[in-house]
Design a protein around this ligand. Structure first.
Ligand SMILES: [Zn+2]
Ligand SMILES: [Zn+2]
Ligand SMILES: [Zn+2]
Length: 756
């Protein structure tokens, strides 16, 4: 008999065809397997009925580790066509909307790592060693089906050795599209900072030594360039911070293995598992008591972002050195996307670095490293990118509309919603300039092509002036489909609702900024949210932002604005004038503006945390997003809620003036750590109480927490306690970023699922 199958899921680029070949032959079947242009695998087998049944059993039970099967359709026919053998045949270009997609990049597997170290192996010390189970995928693919001509390996013709492995069903590189060796594959080269090639025996090991000696090296990886430096020496880190105009923002680092990581950081089993998984994201780990790296790596934070080497090239960097880790930060000029092209790199990074370590394989899609942290066992995705994108989020419900969502302004991702799957793009960044916008458009195009989607709606933020809002209208016009504008915090709450598949939620959404329904700045919100929309049912007290955006960068301005409501701040502010960039003059200006009033206000939770951070002398200037609040969290870790201030609610507004004022009055009586902890606790308990009251009134069973502040472990834990004590269920994210990288998903589900 004959069976014709279509398998959808992540089934291309994961060794699926070779696997099918093996189980078909094993079960005495004839026929073929091939890739289709929509990332589906098509199989036809002929043979005895029990052989086919066994084949199907094994297909599901023994599928390759990286594959995901979403759906298998099988049609049985009695008549046979009479194949002479089973074979992998030429891919077809056929496409339909299948929900299938190519896998994310997969870090080097143990088998390849072993061969890389084996002097007897053909690929000994060959940096671009890969197999059917590992290597770049998303970043190497120009189009589908996943065959070599559709990747940037196209220009490397396999040598006879690689070809023989590629054709050998018993070989683990049977049909591995990225197969290559030193003879036929990409080459690595070391170059000076103006691009002149440097002759050396092994450019990669040489680069490792240069890093250890204190040089700064730009390194081309799979999804873009990194800038790399020693983590134990001061000078290269100072140079790097100056060149990148990056005063304090922590650098991610890369280590060769877990054992080395343990020499400077703490790890729980979940963290260790993800660090060594095929995804290998940057995991924010607690610095260990034995922390021995330079303070300049992650200044004044209790965490350090660590990833393990994830390609042959990265592994080899550590071969001849003693450094426990290298800085490995995305190489991008300020507010531009990560650099991917060799010539562009030399132009844009030449003045930042001493050397370049490059290779001659093109990068089809740029992709930054992912960043995560754990709250105990719960995974919090901060940046969902390499190792995750474009793997879809599987939802419990299917959307009737196919939606494209374009996110907001900061930490932007795009999202394609089709059926019961949501494809979130890699991290795009802050869409404020042309370069990033171009990257965004390109990634949307790529993802659209990969998923074969025809959009029926475009979703974006409510802010009328965001670049992404304009982009959404442009796309809506071109595609002839409606544009749905979604309020920022609604998007956060809707994302949480969909992640947990609940019909309604009281969502606490705390972040830095979101454009409110009334046009004012929101950011400490309690929303009742269901499938029909949302209602703002509570929020933090609104406070003046003296100087507008300046109050974001210099949080003493926020503190002054808050305190001014209760006390005369003249004396205190004057005593702080040394902490303002323009000293006394600036203080006078701030005072004048406060007297005059009519300053724009915000309910942002981030701004209150910033104000407390400045008031406690922890951070006076924000040099990167979240800095004052992150440093506050690090200090609070050592403290207790000594203030134990009862939350003061005026109607459904949490009073925060009382909090900031109490902190000022107790500054000399209670330690900074205890006050930092007390501030976080007050906000957490207050917002949770507010949400619980609303939930009880509306008989809603779930209270959720989203927004960038949800990365704060203490605030999340304190909220959970209050909510659980009230007998309600507390929801947080673990598949979608709580921060703004998750809002494209939220926008998409609002546009796709909302009842009209
Ligand atoms: Zn491998
Ligand atoms: Zn070869
Ligand atoms: Zn947000």
């Amino acid at each position: 008999m004959r069976a014709e199958m279509k398998v959808s899921g992540i089934v291309q680029g994961v060794g699926f065809r070779p696997f099918i070949y093996r189980i078909a032959v094993k079960n005495g079947l004839k026929g073929y397997v091939r890739n289709r242009g929509d990332a589906v695998v098509e199989i036809v087998v002929e043979g005895r009925k029990d052989g086919i049944n066994q084949f199907l059993k094994e297909l599901e039970a023994e599928k390759p580790p990286l594959s995901r099967i979403y759906n298998i359709t099988t049609a049985y026919k009695t008549e046979e066509k009479g194949f002479s053998e089973f074979s992998i045949i030429k891919s077809s270009g056929e496409t339909e909307v299948s929900g299938s997609v190519i896998p994310p990049d997969v870090s080097i597997c143990d088998n390849c790592l072993r061969e890389l170290r084996d002097p007897a192996n053909k690929r000994f010390n060959y940096f671009f060693i890969t197999c059917t189970n590992c290597g770049p995928r998303y970043t190497i693919i120009d189009g589908l089906p996943y065959d070599r001509p559709n990747t940037t390996m196209n220009e490397f013709k396999m040598c006879s050795f690689c070809q023989s492995e590629y054709e050998d069903p018993a070989n683990r590189r049977f049909h591995a599209q990225t197969v290559a060796c030193p003879e036929c594959g990409p080459e690595a080269q070391l170059a000076s900072n103006n691009g002149e090639l440097i002759d050396c025996e092994d450019p990669i090991k040489e680069a490792g030594k240069l890093l250890e000696e204190g040089y700064v090296v730009a390194i081309k990886g799979n999804g873009g360039f990194h800038v790399s430096a020693s983590t134990t020496k001061t000078e290269p880190l100072v140079k790097l911070r100056q060149a990148k105009h990056r005063k304090n923002k922590p650098f991610a680092i890369m280590s060769p293995n877990l054992e080395t990581v343990r020499s400077f950081a703490e790890m729980n089993p979940c963290e260790a598992e993800l660090l060594t998984s095929y995804r290998k994201p940057i995991v924010l780990l607690k610095k260990g008591s034995n922390y021995c790296l330079s303070e300049l790596v992650s200044p004044e934070l209790h965490t350090v972002g660590v990833m393990l080497s994830y390609t042959g090239l990265h592994a080899m960097l550590f071969d001849d050195v003693k450094e426990p880790a290298f800085v490995m930060t995305s190489a991008n000029p300020p507010s531009e996307p990560i650099v991917t092209d060799n010539t562009e790199a030399i132009k844009k990074l030449g003045s930042t670095v001493h050397y370049f370590l490059v290779h001659n394989r093109g990068i089809a899609q740029r992709c930054d490293d992912s960043v995560v942290r754990f709250h105990g066992k719960n995974l919090c995705l901060i940046r969902r990118s390499r190792g995750y994108a474009p793997e879809p989020i599987q939802m419990k419900q299917a959307s009737e509309l196919c939606v494209l969502a374009v996110g907001g302004e900061l930490n932007v991702t795009s999202c394609i919603l089709t059926g019961d799957k949501a494809f979130i793009s890699q991290h795009i960044g802050d869409v404020e300039n042309l370069e990033t916008l171009r990257f965004m458009k390109k990634s949307i195009q790529h993802l659209t092509k990969l998923t074969n989607c025809n959009f029926e709606a475009v979703a974006c933020d409510l802010h009328p002036k965001f670049t992404t809002t304009k982009l959404a209208y442009e796309l809506g016009n071109r595609l002839g489909c409606p544009v749905v504008q979604v309020q920022h915090h609604h998007a956060h709450a809707a994302a949480l609702m969909t992640e947990w598949n609940v019909e309604e939620v009281v969502g606490i959404v705390c972040d830095g900024y979101g454009y409110g329904q009334d046009g004012t700045a929101w950011g400490g919100e309690v929303l009742y949210c269901n499938r029909e929309g949302f209602k703002r049912v509570g929020h933090l007290e609104a406070h003046p932002m003296v100087g507008g955006d300046l109050a974001t960068y210099f949080p003493l301005r926020m503190a002054a604005g808050i305190l001014h409501k209760k006390v005369d701040v003249t004396e205190w502010l004057t005593s702080m004038s040394g902490k303002f960039p323009h000293g006394k003059n600036e203080v006078e200006l701030v005072l004048k503006q406060l007297e005059k009033g009519s300053v724009p206000e915000t309910t942002s939770c981030g701004r209150v945390l910033d104000a407390v951070s400045a008031l406690l002398g922890i951070c006076y200037e924000r040099t990167y997003e979240g800095e004052p609040a992150m440093k506050l969290e690090s200090v609070a870790l050592r403290g207790k809620d000594k203030l134990n201030l009862p939350p003061r609610l005026n109607e459904n507004v949490l009073d925060t003036t009382v909090l900031v004022h109490e902190i000022l009055t107790n500054k000399d009586k209670i330690s900074v750590a205890d006050l930092a902890c007390s501030a976080q606790s007050y906000l957490a308990r207050g917002l949770a109480l507010l949400a619980v009251e609303v939930a009880e009134g509306l008989k809603v069973k779930h209270v959720g927490f989203s927004g960038g502040v949800a990365y704060n472990e203490h605030i999340t834990a304190a909220m959970r306690k209050t909510v659980n004590n009230a007998g309600l269920k507390f929801l947080v994210h673990n598949k979608i970023p709580a921060g703004d990288g998750g809002t494209s998903f939220g926008q998409a589900v609002v546009a796709g699922f909302q009842k009209r």
